[in-house]
Design a protein around this ligand. Structure first.
Ligand SMILES: NC(=O)c1ccc[n+]([C@@H]2O[C@H](COP(=O)([O-])OP(=O)(O)OC[C@H]3O[C@@H](n4cnc5c(N)ncnc54)[C@H](O)[C@@H]3O)[C@@H](O)[C@H]2O)c1
Length: 339
């Protein structure tokens, strides 16, 4: 019998990529997503920047899921009864919880809906999972934002947690809830803290994506700060490998792991790679928001030792792959659309 995996928020950037890879690795995969946050319904509005490009990328996600015969149930996970019914009927071995407002600026602008999409959905999933004969293994996708400022050091899983703002605080609250449901109801969990992910079909408008798009569209690239800020840029395939190791290794149970490439790199280094590949870019610098913590490298030592995690996409390798994909997608998109 195949291992059954449900991904809640599974049509998002991370979710659909993980669903496709799990299917390729012979898991039975089921996706639940409301398509309502940073997804097709969001990009219905006319005045959203690059709307038609993003809709095309999002439709491409759905086509890929359909081509792989991965079932997608369009469902808002804020509905407790609907989520309980899905979990009861599907009876999964693994649940990966991804639903959220996955962007710290957007979370600060709308804490109320961020709470609902992130924490309400998580609590629904936890509550619907308790008391089952077969307790599912819950994999909660948290974030490096739970640490707050890194203070120039490599952060480890047991370092102090001082999130700044709504997003990181809700992520930490989610971690505590996951642990509490383990204490009270025995639901096994793994908490994953990724950082600065990039890769195919992302529409979240983080630096790695916007830099490529603005270069292709001949627009100025804005760096908030001096470009020397370090982020632990992580290619989506490395995150998949980390999640795969968490599913496969018994040592992952009731543990927290940083799952990143494991090396802080300056934001400016993305520009160097882009210029080598596409064209000289037009750069402008603006002040960095005080609500953005100072980040850098996350230690992957624990994941390497306990679950044999072996990231293999340094920034040069991963970002070049992402740019190659974008160039191809953009060329096809331009053939069919006027931008
Ligand atoms: N992308 C990153 O760099 C990054 C880094 C660290 C952590 N994370 C976390 O990983 C998770 C996934 O991030 P992503 O980048 O794929 O974001 P995303 O915005 O692309 O995907 C989130 C998905 O969740 C769905 N969703 C939201 N609320 C829902 C609800 N109420 N019911 C059903 N579906 C709902 C959305 O429709 C969307 O498809 C998030 O929890 C995010 O906080 C992401």
């Amino acid at each position: 019998m195949k291992t059954k995996v449900i991904l809640i928020g599974g049509a998002g950037f991370i979710g659909h990529n993980i669903a496709l890879r799990l299917k390729r690795d012979n898991y039975e995969v089921f996706v639940v997503d409301g398509l309502n946050v940073n997804n097709l319904l969001t990009f219905q509005e006319r005045d959203v920047e690059n709307r038609s490009l993003y809709r095309s990328i999002l439709n491409n996600r759905l086509d890929l899921l359909q081509n792989e015969k991965i079932e997608l149930q369009v469902q808002d996970a804020r509905s407790y009864h609907s989520i309980s019914k899905i979990i009861d009927q599907y009876n999964p071995d693994i649940i990966i919880h991804l639903a959220a407002v996955s962007h710290s600026n957007r979370s600060n602008k709308d804490p109320h809906s961020t709470f609902d999409h992130s924490l309400r959905t998580l609590e629904n999933v936890l509550d619907a999972s308790k008391g089952k004969d077969k307790l599912p293994h819950l994999i909660y996708i948290s974030s490096s934002m739970v640490y707050g400022n890194f203070d120039g050091k490599e952060v480890k899983e047991d370092d102090p947690l001082n999130p700044i703002g709504i997003y990181g605080t809700l992520k930490l609250s989610g971690e505590l809830m996951v642990k509490a449901y383990n204490q009270v109801f025995g639901i096994p969990y793994t908490i994953i803290r990724p950082s600065a992910l990039y890769g195919e079909r992302c529409v979240s408008r983080r630096v790695s994506q916007i830099f490529i798009e603005n270069t292709l569209l001949g627009k100025e690239i804005i760096i908030n700060g001096d470009g020397k800020e370090k982020l632990d840029f992580t290619y989506i395939e490395d995150l998949y490998h980390g999640i795969f190791r968490c599913i496969e290794s018994k040592n992952s149970k009731n543990q927290i792991f940083n799952i990143t490439y494991g090396e802080g790199r300056e934001v400016k280094e993305l520009i160097k790679i882009l210029e080598n590949k596409i064209a000289k870019v037009n750069l402008n610098y603006l002040p960095k928001s005080e609500l953005t913590p100072e980040r850098g490298t996350l230690s992957t030592k624990k994941a390497r030792e306990l679950i044999n995690y072996r990231p293999s996409f340094n920034l040069e390798r991963g970002y070049n792959l992402y740019i190659d994909w974008y160039l191809k997608f953009f060329k096809n998109f331009k053939k069919q659309n006027v931008i």
